[in-house]
Ligand binder design. Structure first.
Ligand SMILES: NC(=O)c1ccc[n+]([C@@H]2O[C@H](COP(=O)([O-])OP(=O)(O)OC[C@H]3O[C@@H](n4cnc5c(N)ncnc54)[C@H](O)[C@@H]3O)[C@@H](O)[C@H]2O)c1
Length: 256
């Protein structure tokens, strides 16, 4: 018996990066995984690749649009009868400027909408089914940028990811009595794919890169598996007495 046998998991923003890795981690423990992304081509390709080893499906949709969010969760429940695990992973600083003066209103809205509003919408819809089913696990992706000042992201991202933590804690107290756990992962810097590679290596000087790494007690950036392992733990019964907790997976750069 694996930790997540017979569990149905929806992982948003999982065509690549940390979302894909989390999906694979959950699937290795027996979960049926449903990928989601706005990138239609990539999510279909990822599902095709993972199909060889795991039970996998995908739903296309923008987490920041209510109609898409509703359709996504409904499709999961229609296909598999329930939703046990929701990972609100879709997000990031979405190529928006880092410096206050350069941030346009649209940048602010985009970052807040995908990271925070998307988390609200998907949680609201999934909770309805989880309550009917007697429980569930919601895992929300924050960031070290929402825990303390980050050198590589700006204020919109900080506000969104800080908001994800406050949102999750309030929700945990509201839905805990229904057997639903809401917990948070706050990763440090992880080169999850091309976006992060560009953000860290191309948009920072050698000196800035060294400064960032020297501030990490473990003296290294994290790996995708470090985040997937945290997600598996929060999705499983091993974390059944955790609610509203933040797992800081950051090599000790911020100790909450
Ligand atoms: N990589 C890091 O160092 C790091 C650190 C802290 C937090 N995080 C958080 O972890 C999560 C994943 O990060 P990543 O590095 O894998 O990012 P990524 O950019 O590699 O992947 C994000 C995925 O989300 C998808 N996406 C974007 N907008 C979407 C939307 N509106 N609806 C559905 N899907 C959408 C993208 O197409 C992409 O596939 C994000 O929430 C990010 O903020 C990452």
């Amino acid at each position: 018996m694996r930790k997540l046998d017979n569990k149905v998991a929806l992982i948003t923003g999982s065509a690549g990066g940390l979302g894909r890795e989390i999906a694979v981690g959950l699937a290795k423990e027996g979960a049926i995984i449903v990928l989601n992304d706005v990138n239609e081509t990539l999510v279909a390709q990822t599902a095709e690749e993972l199909k060889e080893k795991f039970e996998v499906d995908y739903v296309i949709g923008d987490v920041s649009k209510k109609s898409d969010a509703l359709a996504m969760v409904d499709q999961v429940v229609k296909r598999f009868g329930k939703i046990d695990i929701l990972v609100n992973n879709a997000g990031g600083s979405l190529h928006t400027p880092r410096v206050l003066e350069d941030i346009e209103e649209e940048d602010w809205d985009k970052v807040l909408n995908v990271n925070l509003k998307g988390t609200f919408l998907l949680s609201q819809i999934a909770v309805k089914y989880m309550k009917e089913n007697g429980g569930g696990k919601i895992i929300n992706m924050s960031s070290i940028g929402g825990r303390t000042s980050s050198l590589v992201t700006g204020v919109a991202y900080a506000a969104a990811k800080g908001g994800v933590i406050s949102f999750s804690r309030r929700l945990a107290s509201e839905v805990g009595p229904f057997g639903i756990n809401v917990n948070i992962i706050a990763p440090g810097l992880i080169i999850s794919g091309e976006r992060m590679h560009k953000l860290f290596y191309e948009e920072n000087s050698q000196e800035q890169q060294e400064r960032v790494i020297n501030e990490i007690p473990s003296r290294t950036l994290g790996e995708k598996e470090d985040i997937a392992n945290a997600a598996v733990f929060l999705a499983s019964d091993e974390s059944k007495y955790m609610n509203g907790a933040v797992l800081d997976v950051n090599g000790g750069r911020f100790m909450g």
